[in-house]
Design a binder for this molecule. Structure first.
Ligand code: ATP
Length: 252
């Protein structure tokens, strides 16, 4: 079932102890949007992602994902998530590439969680797409950082999610692999209509791919189409003409 909006956030406030990480954040992401989520260090980007995934409880506000309140959301296989630090993967955990990718299919299965034959085909397709089929039997802990990143992206897409959330995914990748990575994400967005949230520090590059720009600095500084951002005198004043140009120059 298609929902007109994939994410609805209203008056979201998130606090860590005495400090507000996000104040009064409101925005809506529609089906098929590709959102570039940008902001300085400590702006609350990862915090926002964690709130969207129900990993932390907001102080107040409303979050709905695919039309359901996030705290009651149950269809987690509809969301693919690539976290910022794949190094949080326990290097001593002896899992193979194929097993780690398969974890992406277990989210919605009832207990006891078991693979069915069709899952093998989905895993094969994901490995193919990320060009890591030859690594299928290797231990993830023995792969390079870039190879691990591809394994975790394969895990994020294996369930063919309607929403893909990527938190600074390209930091460990060489330029060639990074371009391939962006091309794959783009194909998901354009061909399957997958909604994408991409956290990035590459403000000059993200306009090539994303149609919406979300600039966060503990509150929402801007959210909307790139074209609106690039024409906004208010944003020229906030960022300065030069920075606005850097963000806008690659966007057609
Ligand atoms: P970066 O670009 O550096 O990754 P970010 O925009 O993702 O930053 P967050 O990681 O969301 O920023 O952090 C936002 C603020 O909340 C920061 O000031 C950070 O120190 C604080 N913070 C994040 N996680 C916690 C936590 N678990 N406990 C207390 N404070 C936290």
């Amino acid at each position: 079932m298609a929902y007109p909006s994939v994410i609805e956030v209203e008056h979201l406030n998130v606090r860590y102890n005495s400090e507000m990480a996000l104040t009064d954040v409101t925005f809506t992401v529609s089906t098929g949007d590709y959102v570039g989520l940008v902001g300085p260090n400590g702006a609350g980007k990862t915090t926002l992602i964690k709130a969207l995934l129900g990993l932390l409880a907001p102080e107040s506000g409303r979050i709905e994902i695919f039309g359901q309140p996030v705290n009651r959301f149950s269809e987690w296989s509809r969301i693919g998530y690539l976290p910022q630090r794949v190094t949080s993967f326990n290097p001593l955990f002896p899992a193979t590439v194929k097993e780690v990718v398969g974890i992406g299919l277990l989210g919605d299965k009832p207990f006891p969680k078991r693979f069915v034959p069709a899952d093998g085909e989905k895993i094969r397709q994901a490995l193919n797409l990320l060009e890591i089929s030859h690594l299928r039997g290797k231990l993830v802990s023995e792969l390079s950082g870039g190879e691990q990143q591809r394994v975790f992206l394969a895990r994020a897409i294996v369930s063919d999610p309607g929403l893909l959330i990527l938190d600074e995914p390209v930091t460990a990748l060489d330029p060639q692999t990074r371009d391939n990575f962006f091309a794959i994400i783009n194909r998901f967005n354009r061909e399957k209509g997958t909604t994408i949230i991409m956290v990035t520090h590459d403000v000059g590059g993200i306009g090539q791919y994303a149609n919406k720009f979300l600039y966060l600095d503990k509150k929402l500084v801007f959210y909307g189409p790139f074209s609106d951002f690039c024409r906004s005198p208010e944003m020229s004043k906030h960022f300065g003409d030069h920075s606005q140009h850097v963000i806008c120059h690659q966007h057609d």
